[in-house]
Design a protein around this ligand. Structure first.
Ligand SMILES: *Cc1c(COP(=O)(O)O)cnc(C)c1O
Length: 387
């Protein structure tokens, strides 16, 4: 399998519900069956229905791959056991000596994978400010074969101009990988702006319910897709059929959820911007946010992640994250329930002392899809203690 369905003229919401998910011809089941079988009967040697062994291909995974590829409007899609497994699979297309250029605020796990796993094997890397394209054009490291960018980034919601980076990278023969986890294909489709490969932690918004770990890769280039498909099977970091089912179930409501995440985030930003306990607010919709122009160009809306600094400093930030009731103090993001965390001591603790270090007074919110008035009231009572 692996060849994706013909693109239909369906809209995003329709594709999320129907693409790759036609009723099962054997039973009429409206929901794609969770096919647990590890092996598939062959009529003759090598004569089969496209499935031989579940690591190589599985019907539930094929449904997920077809659906998610259609959401990114990509020709090919590959599902993995986690976002990092997907990333690892992508890096395997490089050859020893090929440099990876990544944003200086890359996701910590990406940074760890490249700097601690691949770098000792002879894969050099540089962390740079991808928002300063002019400086990058002047100081382009000549052995760069892959640019790895996130937009918006975590936790300061920095936005990178995908089109400008892609132009520069292609001039130098480098591939552009965009981690689209924060935006999702509903808000941003990087392939349309020249990216070569899109990668997701499906654990976040795609799954959307904090109950499945998964990864996904989407791309148009057939030769590159075949290499990734080879490594997906050869290295074997594939998702379980049940996980594929949970992801398919999750993405059916992706558009609805993202609209609500964005609307709720706006209500929270309105509270934060006017609040005396708050110093800076980071949200790409704000006109003074450095990523505003890039975000407005390449995103449909501005997402559900919001960060802010407490005027009273780190102690206040560490305290306020324990004072909310609906915002649960926890890592991760992108699900229906609202979460709050202190990046400096939690998600970004390992970045202390490095260029990736985040402000100590920073608080990060993953704004969920609860009633916005309840979320605003919950955060307001927590903040009001600090004025
Ligand atoms: C969570 C995350 C990852 C890693 O994905 P896992 O599913 O946890 O392996 C990669 N990139 C971003 C932006 C993430 O938020």
């Amino acid at each position: 399998m692996g060849e994706q369905e013909q693109q239909t003229g369906w809209g995003f919401e329709t594709r999320a519900i129907h693409t790759g998910q036609a009723p099962d011809p054997a039973s009429g089941a409206v929901v794609p069956p969770i096919t647990l079988s590890t092996t598939f009967a062959q009529e003759g040697v090598g004569v089969h229905k496209g499935y031989e062994y579940s690591r190589s291909a599985n019907p539930t995974r094929a449904a997920l791959e077809t659906c998610l590829a259609s959401l990114e409007q990509a020709a090919h899609g590959l599902a993995f056991a986690s976002g990092l497994a997907a990333e690892d699979n992508i890096i395997r297309v490089l050859h020893q000596g090929d440099r990876v250029l990544l944003g200086n605020d890359a996701y910590g796990g990406t940074f760890r994978l490249i700097s601690k796993v691949w770098s000792p094997l002879g894969f050099p890397w540089s962390a740079v400010d991808l928002t300063d394209v002019d400086a990058l054009a002047v100081n382009w490291p000549p052995d760069t074969r892959m640019v790895w960018l996130e937009t918006p980034t975590n936790p300061l919601l920095t936005c990178v101009d995908i089109e400008r980076i892609a132009e520069l990278a292609h001039l130098h023969g480098a591939l552009v990988v965009v981690d689209n986890t924060f935006a999702t294909p509903y808000l941003q489709q990087p392939l349309r702006f020249g990216a070569d490969i899109v990668v997701h932690s499906a654990t976040k918004y795609l799954g959307g319910h904090s109950d499945v770990v998964g990864g996904f890769v989407a791309l148009d280039d057939l030769e590159l897709a075949q290499r990734l498909r080879f490594t997906q099977n050869a290295a074997g970091a594939v998702p379980a059929p049940f996980d594929c089912y949970l992801l398919l179930r999750g993405v059916k409501t992706l558009a609805l959820r993202m609209d609500r995440h964005c609307a709720n985030a706006r209500a929270i930003v309105d509270l934060l911007v006017g609040h005396r306990a708050v110093d800076r607010v980071f949200y790409p919709q704000l006109p003074d946010h450095p990523g505003h122009r890039a975000a407005a160009r390449q995103m449909r809306d501005f997402g559900g992640m919001v960060s802010f600094t407490m005027r009273a400093g780190e102690a206040a930030a560490l305290d306020v994250v324990t004072r909310t009731e609906l915002f649960t103090l926890a890592e991760s993001l992108g699900a229906v329930e609202s979460l709050i965390e202190h990046p400096g001591r939690m998600t970004h603790a390992s970045a202390a002392g490095s260029p990736l270090q985040v402000p100590a007074a920073l608080v990060r919110l993953s704004v969920g899809i609860e009633s916005s008035a309840d979320l605003v009231a919950d955060l307001a009572q927590a903040l009001d203690r600090f004025v």
